[in-house]
Design a protein around this ligand. Structure first.
Ligand code: F6R
Length: 248
């Protein structure tokens, strides 16, 4: 696992965006696995800036997002579809028909899980998967559990995750209790993984992920087995890691 340390949130965005730009430049028809939340915001802003300046072209890119809240339609301001449209898709020249987010309002959610797995398979898998990490070590909405879930599945969000995401809603009661999330298999099969971590709230999770045992109790720890995983993090997120490793 490669670790890139950055000083500021903006620099984290720059470093992560550089990796994505390299991917899209060398393979214009890349399949990008994308994440929502606070972590990728500066990355998306940088990608949009490079598109604006004519340095990046997303016209042949396909995207597959990690997850969506169950019950929120794409028009809901807190849905992940809305987040992606607002923070990235509307700012670059990606073909909207080639952007994919699992549906949290499908009548048959199990069928939607199967459809999403098939979609990723039909696309030939993911070239670069962008990830954030939850304070509890989740990736996508693969929450701590007693096993790793391979495919797209419906998950009951932990209280910790709902609390962490409550900042985007007017009250904790409005935070959905369930989500649909990509499983571990397509993430581990992605040719490249880039995980972003910002702030001291992520320090313990990052330490467990990189230096702890590989266990579904910390889903991100499975990335220790990934062949091409880069962590881009600020000093606060890396602070416990240094202590764990005994480095200065
Ligand atoms: C979002 C996702 C989540 C977030 C994680 C961190 O699509 O899959 O795993 O990456 O919860 O969220 P932030 O970046 O808001 O701290």
């Amino acid at each position: 696992m490669r670790i890139i340390a950055a000083k500021t949130e903006k620099e984290v965005g720059l470093k992560a965006a550089e990796l994505i730009a390299a991917q899209v430049t060398t393979k214009p028809d890349s399949v990008l696995g994308l994440a929502t939340g606070s972590s990728p915001l500066t990355t998306y802003a940088q990608l949009a800036a490079w598109y604006e300046s004519g340095d990046l072209d997303f016209s042949l890119v396909t995207s597959v997002n990690l997850d969506e809240y169950v019950g929120l339609p794409g028009t809901h301001e807190q849905s992940y579809r809305y987040f992606m449209n607002t923070n990235l898709f509307s700012k670059i020249n990606i073909d909207p028909a080639r952007t994919n987010v699992p549906s949290g309002t499908a009548k048959d959610l199990q069928a939607e899980c199967r459809r999403y797995d098939q979609l990723i398979e039909d696309l030939g898998g993911i070239d670069l998967q962008l990830l954030g990490i939850g304070p509890n070590g989740h990736i996508g909405f693969n929450e701590p559990d007693d096993r790793f879930h391979k495919g797209t599945h419906i998950v009951t969000l932990t209280e910790r995750t709902r609390q962490a995401n409550a900042r985007f809603f007017s009250s904790i009661d409005e935070v959905p209790t369930h989500a649909i999330t990509m499983g571990i298999k397509p993430i581990m099969n992605a040719k490249q993984v880039v995980l972003i971590a910002i702030g001291k709230g992520k320090a313990q999770a990052l330490c467990d992920m990189i230096q702890g045992p590989i266990t579904p109790a910390c889903p991100a720890s499975i990335l220790q087995l990934h062949r091409h995983c880069t962590v881009v993090a600020d000093e606060e997120a890396l602070s416990l890691l240094k202590r764990c490793s005994g480095a200065a």
